[in-house]
Design a protein around this ligand. Sequence first.
Ligand code: PMP
Length: 297
Amino acid sequence: MYYNENTTTYLDGKWLLAEEANTSLYAQTLHYGNGVFEGIRAYQTEEGNTLVFKALEHYERLLDSAQKMHISVAYTAEQLVQLTYELLDKNNLKDAYIRPLIYLDPNMGLTPVENAHVFIAAWEWDKYLGHQLLNVTTSSYCRPHPKSCHVEAKTVGHYTNSILATTEAKQKGYDEALLLDHEGFVAEAPGANFFFEKDGKLYTPALGNILPGITRKTVFELADQLHLEVVEGKFTLEDVYAADSAFFTGTAVEVAGIAALDDYKFPLEWEDSLGYLLNKMYTKCVTANEPSKLTLV
Ligand code: PMP
């Protein structure tokens, strides 16, 4: 699914077949979850070339995550962007999901590890969570406490919380979970940020207990072009149960509409919602040759 016998990956300065790239079973990342990663997408633009959407921002977040986890990386964000384009080229990929992973050498102790490995893989991947509106349930798990870890870092180990939440939601028959923060305010999905619409305004949880999503930021930019207000704050489930419409944002999910949260069905038709409009604008933006200079409306 992620590779075949012809897939090339990047590992520590070498281009290796995916089937031949491997690592030690004693890696600290494997035992204790100390490693960092990114999820990035490349899109074939309207003119036929391929652009990695907000590549530099993703790699800057990766290096920032690494620094927070005491991992030193011997690459600049610019070098990693360059390697990503080479990787796409070597695999003949035009639309792709890109997964850089920084993982550590063997260490059974709880101390920083000097040697960090850089692995980058890419594959064709459809919109994660699919194209249908989602039925979402509030998770019984909360997002990690911001004083127990760096919530704004994309750390490997944090995703055990995400796996528990998604698994619970799916076992109950839902498509995805919505997690609250440690204070009981709405936070985010296991792998996406959350927005809701009420009376023509957009609302989204403020930074602090969530991953600062790059798609979230892109939605702010798109909303600005529509002269739409986006209110960042602390919101309760009751606020969401009174909303007109809601959606998730993320590199993998893009802008994904939500049909219902628990027993509450969002009353506004998706096609009439701001989320729908932003979804269309997002697609235009990621497939534009110069996303930043694009006039979308
Ligand atoms: N929150 C979490 C927990 C995530 O894993 C992701 C995906 N990276 C997001 C939000 C959305 O972030 P982005 O828009 O940068 O992909």
